[in-house]
Design a binder for this molecule. Structure first.
Ligand SMILES: [Zn+2]
Length: 140
């Protein structure tokens, strides 16, 4: 059996996305074919100089051990590592910060690993009393 995988998925540790994340991985053929990095704030760790080396090291290990070719970076709305939805002035400000960090993280990853493909994702979450709706948007 081959000891290689197609991609790496870096996402937030947030438990609310568990089942939806499984669906996302199945839809994008990542199940059993992606290394997983589950870390609070996800792309924030690549952008932040204090945690950047650690986050990039995960990508390096995935690449050298499993010959992974594609990095998927995923942020999500209402992320506690960003202070949650309430810490932003409005929805647009939150969206811009989360997607801005994703794009900055992509540039950093591409500079260090030019041979890797980098895809960006934003997970949306809407919570009502008894219901939770989650969907995934690809960021260009
Ligand atoms: Zn989070």
């Amino acid at each position: 059996m081959s000891h290689t995988c197609k991609s790496l998925l870096m996402h937030c540790m947030d438990f609310r996305f568990g089942k939806a994340m499984k669906g996302f991985m199945e839809e994008h053929r990542m199940m059993d074919d992606a290394d997983l990095v589950s870390i609070a704030g996800s792309a924030k760790n690549i952008v932040n100089p204090e945690t950047q080396a650690f986050a990039l090291r995960q990508i390096e290990i995935s690449k050298s051990l499993h010959e992974m070719k594609e990095v998927n970076l995923m942020n999500h709305l209402d992320c506690g590592a960003y202070g949650g939805r309430k810490s932003f002035e409005n929805d647009a400000a939150e969206y811009n910060k989360l997607t801005g960090d994703l794009k900055e993280a992509r540039d950093i990853v591409k500079e260090k690993f030019p041979e890797l493909t980098v895809k960006l994702w934003l997970a949306h979450i809407e919570e009502q009393e008894h219901e939770k709706k989650i969907w995934f948007e690809e960021i260009a």
